[in-house]
Design a protein around this ligand. Structure first.
Ligand SMILES: NC(=O)c1ccc[n+]([C@@H]2O[C@H](COP(=O)([O-])OP(=O)(O)OC[C@H]3O[C@@H](n4cnc5c(N)ncnc54)[C@H](OP(=O)(O)O)[C@@H]3O)[C@@H](O)[C@H]2O)c1
Length: 267
């Protein structure tokens, strides 16, 4: 760590693995604005956590590694292999490089969603981090607003979107990136923190509002047994606990601020 001449604050080398992604690219910008040396690492920049390619070089002199990768495939076996291999490699290279804080982004309610292969993979990722010798913080976020269209897409049959009325407390990706940035520049918690949006919705209502704003003609119908990622939800499955830190951006504000971007978002 060194004192940055311009800002008078302690600056760090922070490697953002998945730095080209939705959260990663926002995070890298925010960290650089604060004067940190933020490195965006991903296959596009020659860093591959599945093969180890480029990791040793990227991690040289790094204090913090933030893992905001996602698997290209969400098929059960492939997504598990991705998060296990990627996490193992990151932790091994971090130990060799003397990294002092591993931060990873996971999902609120993961332990209640294990009927889904994707969430079994996220749980495996979390467990590897907890078992490692690197000080860590796991950040569990609720669903991103940017994921509204993705939820509609995987819940669509014909021109109908079938969804249960379970509660959901989604948040803007920009607020997720801010929260990850705050945590990455702080001390390791050696535990899990939750972040969530400022408002709670019924899942069917959230998607109906989003599709209306995107001028998407699909009709949202309530189906209490419709599955979310293959999981039957109960009322509070997706909700965070009472201690979650809340983002500021409201869904309606996000929809009106960036309608074109919102409509194009797929995850
Ligand atoms: N969607 C939600 O609502 C939600 C909610 C809570 C938490 N999360 C979690 O948030 C995390 C980030 O999500 P996101 O939407 O920002 O992801 P994203 O936009 O899909 O970006 C994924 C990133 O992973 C990188 N990547 C893929 N394979 C890699 C590899 N082998 N080695 C290194 N990097 C690799 C990609 O790099 P390239 O661009 O070079 O391919 C990209 O930078 C995920 O773990 C997800 O589980 C998501």
């Amino acid at each position: 760590m060194e004192v940055h001449a311009n800002y008078g604050v302690a600056t760090m080398k922070i490697v953002v693995i998945g730095g080209s992604g939705l959260i990663g690219s926002k995070l890298v910008t925010k960290l650089r604005e604060q004067g940190h040396e933020a490195v965006a690492a991903s296959p596009k920049s020659g860093v591959n956590t599945l093969t180890g390619e480029g990791l040793a070089e990227a991690l040289k002199g790094a204090s913090v590694v933030v893992d905001v990768t996602n698997s290209p495939s969400w098929e059960d076996a492939e997504v598990l292999k991705f998060f296990e291999t990627s996490t193992r490699n990151q932790l091994a290279y971090e130990a060799a490089a003397g990294v002092k804080h591993h931060v990873a982004l996971s999902v609120v309610g993961t332990e209640r969603l294990l009927a889904s292969g994707f969430f079994r993979a996220k749980m495996a990722q979390e467990n590897l981090i907890k078992a490692s010798s690197i000080p860590y913080t796991i950040i569990r976020a609720t669903q991103f607003f940017e994921f509204v269209k993705g939820i509609a897409d995987f819940s669509t049959e014909g021109n109908k979107v079938r969804l249960p009325t379970a509660l959901i407390q989604p948040m803007a990706a920009d607020d997720v990136a801010s929260a990850v940035g705050r945590i990455a520049t702080g001390s390791p918690v050696n535990g899990t923190v939750e972040v969530a949006g400022p408002e709670t919705f019924r899942l069917d209502e959230l998607i109906r509002r989003g599709l209306a704003a995107f001028k998407d003609p699909r009709v949202v119908v309530v189906d209490p047994h419709a599955r979310y990622y293959g999981v039957e939800l109960s009322e509070r499955t997706l909700l965070p606990g009472d201690d979650a830190r809340l983002g500021e951006t409201r869904f309606e504000t996000w929809l009106t601020q960036s309608p074109a971007k919102a409509a194009a978002a797929t995850r």
